[in-house]
Every structure is written in structure tokens, then in C-alpha cells.
Design a protein around this ligand. Sequence first.
Ligand code: AHR
Length: 657
Amino acid sequence: MNNIKKLIFAILIGANAAAQTPIKIEVDATKPLFPIQPTMYGIFFEDINFGADGGLYAELIKNRSFEFEYPWMGWKHIPEAETRFNTENELTIYNNSKTNPQNPRVVRVDIRNATKTIGLQNEGFDGIGFKKDAKYDFSAFVRSNKGNVNIEVQLLNEKDEIIGTAKASQSSISWGKVEAVLTANQTVQKGKVNVIFSEVGQIDIDLISLFPQDTWKGRKGGLRKDMVQLLADMKPGFVRFPGGCIVEGRTLAERYQWKKTVGKIEDRELLINRWNKEFSHRPAPDYYQTFGLGFYEYFLLSEDIGAEPLPILSCGLACQFNSSETTPLDELDPFVQDALDLVEFANGDINTKWGALRAEMGHPAPFNLKMIGIGNEQWGQEYFDRYELISKAFKVKYPNIKLVSGTGPGAEGELFEQAEKALPKLNAEIVDEHYYKDPKWFRDNANRYDKYDRNRYKIFAGEYAAQSHGVVNPDNKNNWECALSEAAFMTGLERNADVVYMTSYAPLFAHVNRWQWTPDLIWFDNLTSFGTANYYVQKLFANNPGTSTLPIKSNGENLTGQNEIYASSSFDEKTNEVIIKLVNISTEAKSIELDIKGLAKRASGRNIKIVESDLKKYNTIDQPNKITPSESLFTIEKGKSMLSLAPNSFQIFRIKK
Ligand code: AHR
């Protein structure tokens, strides 16, 4: 059956659709309206839900430097009794705060009785995932004080059987790195690692690390390949990092300070993760930030996946949901300096202080940073005052770098309105709005930006996700109703691309067992990761943005839910295609009479769609492909076509002009 016949057949069998009077939808491909920014669809990254340490950052050892509040957290002594209650062979934490204040603790291994071995066992973040035949790089910093202590590394499966082993050689007297490569002979979801010491002597050991060799781009000590691939597949316009509330900290001391996240890994100072104690219903006492994934790595990631970097910096205000600790206005210089130095780090000549560090880390070419966020989800006069001061000082040196500011946590209400009034007076350029709302809100707000003031700042829809049960409710699911409602809302973002310059779903990642916040775009365990229905909606928008919007109307009006249909359209000048996005939130098929002005007599196209009748359905780690897009070809005569739009579907039509 050819495609035209298929289409006619679909129309004939779509009984409900056929019974309706077709809804006429008109697209004018001769009248491009506004450019769609290349940054339109991006990624929001935050180290929440073990998204960085224990997630994207592929380190498998938890508490590798013994710097968690309790130094042995994540570690067990082997054998427990002999190392703790025996004077012969001992494991002790040594604190060298004078010589190494950023990373003071090491383990001192003393072996006096050569007939017995001792060791350390690491439990990983939620166990350690190993893949059969995959290779793993072990390393540690070691100082040999006496004798000649041997180090053997063992990979263990869930039954504590050894599935890979190697000796790590060390002969250095002063601090040096010991290394070994191990191969796993089984695939294991929740394994462990043993580091066994033998022979009489004494060593100090620190930064015990294990990485898979098969990382993204094969970089040593790099990122999880499967997780970056999901991001790359989205073709995002930007990556916002490192958050989120993590930028602000529960207190100022716990805020994110980018300068502490660059340079040598062994010199990066660990910090408690603010999501460690945030939710009593999902405690994560072992959640810390090693900053192995720091600002340099975020810039590199953005570059790798072709996205603009968007770092967000503290504005001197700790999270206003927590302590609200505030830096006095006359003490904001370090915050201004952090912003200025960040531009130097990203873009500066290699002869500048921060540019030289970037080059030393492996990237002499600039990262071409074009925008920075000042403050995350802040609100009130305290925020406006600090934004004003920092932005004015910053703009003196970098007038062409765009600044992103915010309207606080809500999409409406007093705080939001206050920000809407205050920010234009501060020459705000791009303003971040957040909405974590029920699915209906997203459907009802598809026209939100139709009415926005065109003469003030541009919008960054920086954090949003439809909540199936309630905001931060642990029962929230990434179900099809939420994803479809977001698709309906996003047609409104796209239609208003003259105001909306950037959008991103949040949060991005969640470990299936270690999450604090749900819903999330991508879920993962120790071995695999998968995209939710919401991920596929984001991906379809980001893969099919077009370069300028086109008018798309029914009865002369934008489609913002009339007949339960939502729509946007764009033209892609790179491929010479008209792109139409249609969302049908009805439980019935809809009969559509599509009329595209400006198309050649006969045109061919692709129809990419997600169709799912069960709104409560969602993808899981065991069944990750329940909701995924499918694609087919079609032809259209003289720009006119009859379509039966399946119930609860999101459809994209790409037609050669
Ligand atoms: O995305 C989770 C959190 O939601 C972010 O950290 C914060 O900005 C917002 O409140």
C-alpha cells in the first residue's frame, strides 16, 4: 500500500475523526515571522539525584579521598575485627590539614605481621556496576613510609566473588600515583571493590579511584558514555550548569564556587551536596560533591555536544528556601570577581592567569562563553540589589556577554510580579522563569507568552516539568499526560520565539534508587540509562526547531487548545522544510484539513510522532521503550492534506518546500 493510500485508509478507519467536521489548520509558508534562536531548546544540569557524583561523572568509588564528614563512609575494613582491635595491622585516618588543607585526610596502612593481609572495601554509590569484558582504570596516591607494602585490587560481584583482579605497583617513597587496569569477567549491577594490602611496611594512601575505560570520547577519568550520548542525541542549544539551588547553597559556605572546581583533581576541595539533607523523605547522607565534574568539564561537555555553555553563579544570597544567608552589598567584590574571572577562564588569552589554567588543563582554545547567569531562583529586593551591583560592575568589562537573571520560584504571584516590575529597570536581558505545575497548567498556559511585553527582556523558560501528583511529591511520574501537556505548552514557547530565547526541562538526571526529586528527564542505574516520555518530547522539539516561526492558525486564531489541539510551525532554511508541530490532547482522533500556503504542487515529507492512548503510562529502566517516537513518510498535494490526528498524540510534520 503506498503512502497516499495509507493516508486515505487512515482517514477512512478513523471513524470518530471521519464523523467530525474537519478542523481547518492554515500555515503560511510564505511569511516567516521571527527567527528561532539556536539556543531555543537546551539542557538544565544540576547535581541532584546523584546526577554528577554517582551518575554522569563516571568515578565508581564513593568517598575516594576520605573527606566525607565521617571519613570511613562508604568504606569497610577487611577484616573488620583485626584492623580495628589489633595492634599488629592497622588502618588509621591521618589528618594533614597543615600541609594539605583542601584534602587533608589520608589512610595510613601499617602492616607488622606479614602472615595477615588487611584491606579496604568500597561499596560504590549504590553498589558498583561492572560490564563483562570491560576494562577499568584503578589509581591511588601513595606514599611509602617503610618496607614494601603490596597493593592488590579486586572487583567483586553481588556474592562477593572476585570477578577481576590486578596488582598496583608502587615503589615511590614520596607521594606518587599507582595504577592498574582490571577486566571484569561478569556483568554486575551492584558490585564492590577491595583494595588489599600485604607485606610488612607502612604506606599512606589517598584518592582511591576506579573508572571504566569506556567513557564518553574515551577520556580518562571522564563521563558516562551512555548518559552523555542521550544528551548529545537531543542536539541541545545550550547547557546550563551547575544548577539549580546547588548554585546558592543552603548556606553561603555551601554555595557553588567555580574556582574550587578547576585545576588538578587532587586539589579540588570536596563539599557537602545541598540535596544531602534537603528532603527527610529521601535522605542522602552520603551525597557530596567531589567536583571531579567541575567547570572545565562542563565547558568541555557543552562543546562536545555543540551547545552554548550557560554557567550560573552565586549572587551572594544563599537559598531563600533555606537559610537566606545574605552577603552585605559592600562585600560583593568577590562575587563580581568570580564572574569576571570566569570569562577569563572561558575565553581569555592563554597568557592571562585564568586562560593559562584552561590551557594547562588541556584546552588552549577559548570556549567562547557568551552568557552568564547571576543568581539562580532568587527573589525580592535582596536579589535585585545584588543583581544590580554585580551586573553593573560586570558590564563595564564585558558589555557583550549577556546576563541571565531570574523571577524566583513561581510563574505567577506576588514575588513573580515584583520581579517583573523590578527587572526591566535593571536592564535585565534574559530572565529565567520556573514552573513546576500540574499538567493542566501547562495546557492552559500554551498562550502564556502570546501576551508578553515585546519591549522588555527575553525569556529563558529555565526550569519546568509537569507534576503528576504535586510539586516535589515523591509519587510524581514521568507519565505521558505530563509529557503531552509539556508538548502542548512548548508549542506556545515556540510560537513566541521573538520573546522566548531559551527553554529547558528540569531536573535532568535521576538515579533510579538514589533520587531526591521526581519527575526527571533521564533516569539511570549503575549500568544503563533511558529517556522518559518527557525526554522524547524535548528531543523532538530540539531536533526539529526550524530557523524562523511561521503563522499557523485555525479560524484566524493561534491553536492554544481549541478542539483540544495545540500547534506551532516553523521554516528551516538549512533544509528548506516547513515544520508543523501538532498536539492532540483529546481521547478522540481529530480530523484535520491542513492547508499550507507556499508549497510546491507535490511535496514529500516525514511524520515523526508519539502516540499513546494510556496517559498514565511511563518508561522504566526495565521497559525503557514503552513511549518512543516513530517515523513515516508521506506526500502532500498542492499543500493540502486531510489528516487523522491520533488521540493523545504529539506529531511533527517536516515537508520539503
Ligand atoms: O530542579 C530542582 C530545583 O528546583 C532547582 O534546584 C531549583 O532551582 C528549583 O527550585
